[in-house]
Design a protein around this ligand. Structure first.
Ligand SMILES: [Zn+2]
Length: 98
């Protein structure tokens, strides 16, 4: 899907430092899948960053949300994004209280 920020979702199967495909959370979930303890389509990651990509001083009902799913390389310890996706998020208005 082409949009204002490029083509998403994107997958990054290799560590950007050493090129390994071995990931800490990825290896744990792979073992759980083999043992039937996890579904076949689950993506394992250690942290998720959701970033609002918009001028927050403007009044907008929906804004682009860029989500990056991070894992850690088993070989060299580098944390890197294994999957990026771009979605639309809604801004929730909070009422004024005294
Ligand atoms: Zn690495």
């Amino acid at each position: 899907m082409e949009n204002e920020l490029g083509k998403y979702p994107k997958n990054y199967p290799n560590c950007p430092c050493c090129g390994s495909t071995e990931r800490q959370a990825g290896n744990i979930i792979k073992k759980q899948k083999e043992e039937g303890k996890a579904g076949p389509n689950i993506i394992a990651f250690v942290h998720r960053y959701d970033s609002t990509i918009a001028d927050m001083s403007r009044v907008l009902l929906t804004v682009p949300i860029l989500s990056n799913f991070m894992d850690i390389c088993e070989e060299c310890g580098t944390m890197y994004s294994i999957h990026s996706e771009l979605n639309q998020g809604q801004i929730k208005m909070k009422g004024i209280t005294k």
